[in-house]
Design a protein around this ligand. Structure first.
Ligand code: SAM
Length: 246
């Protein structure tokens, strides 16, 4: 593939993809570049990302979002939900790279939801929906509760809180994967009670360095073994105010 597309030097991107063993077509790469342009344009009028340099967005947002392949093969999943997606991470990169996914993006900030609707339209993404709302409220609705094979979330809350937001969306036998920074062993230990109460079990913790950076990342894999009791998630704000712990 050409190393320059739409005027961008994509060698770092291609290198990151190669490290993750992900193959994208030129059409898919162009969608990433269009997404970058929309992100940067909209970021001038609303707060979407603190990272704006092209190569940095590639590493810290695109490749980081795709790094989930370190722990799962997205081909094995069909229905994915991204909680607290913000400007679309990790959901949009995953949807571009794995178009078969039936994706739901959730955020409580309507301005970001409206931006994502524009992105979906411009990039002509199909089978993807953006929902404005709080995880705590949506997870109590029958159309979302325990309806997903996999839930993902990056940079939204500490693991006990995040587990209460995310695990109720996951069907029995499905997965919740939390994208985290470094040194999360302690956070994992402190989440055992919450995860167990919500019907999950921490199955794996994988640490790695983001390709082409010195940034340490972790992915926490939580398996949903049992139904989440109806009492969870508690009403909006409660998981954060009083995180589940024994
Ligand atoms: N996941 C994105 C990323 O990694 O770039 C955005 C991270 S941003 C720090 C956290 C996002 O989570 C915000 O857009 C915020 O509106 C959303 N959020 C926080 N609490 C939420 C909740 N209870 N339900 C839905 N969205 C929530």
């Amino acid at each position: 593939m050409e190393k320059e597309i739409m005027g961008y030097d994509i060698s770092t991107f291609l290198n990151g993809l190669q490290e993750l063993e992900i193959q994208l077509s030129e059409k898919q790469i162009r969608k990433f570049l269009q997404f970058y342009e929309m992100l940067i344009e909209k970021n001038k009028v609303m707060n979407l990302t603190s990272v704006t340099d092209f190569q940095e967005v590639v590493s810290k947002h695109f490749i980081d979002s795709l790094s989930i392949v370190t722990v799962i093969d997205p081909i094995d999943f069909e229905k994915m939900i991204d909680i607290g997606t913000g400007a679309g991470f990790p959901g949009i990169p995953l949807k571009i790279a794995y178009p078969h996914l039936r994706m739901v993006l959730v955020d409580s900030l309507n301005k970001r939801v409206e931006f994502l609707k524009e992105v979906i339209q411009k990039l002509e993404l199909k089978n993807i929906q953006v929902v404005h709302g709080r995880a705590e409220e949506l997870a109590q609705m029958p159309r979302y509760r325990e309806k997903f094979d996999i839930c993902v979330s990056r940079a939204v809350a500490s693991l006990p809180v995040l587990s209460e937001y995310c695990l109720p969306f996951v069907d029995e036998g499905g997965l919740f994967i939390a994208y985290k920074g470094k040194d999360v062993e302690n956070e994992c230990r402190q989440s055992d009670y919450a995860v167990d109460t919500l019907g999950g079990v921490i199955a794996d913790l994988v640490e790695f360095t983001l390709p082409d950076t010195d940034m340490d990342r972790s992915l926490i894999v939580i398996e949903k073994e049992e139904h989440t009791p109806k009492a969870y998630p508690r009403k909006a704000g409660m998981p954060e105010k009083k995180p589940l712990k024994n």
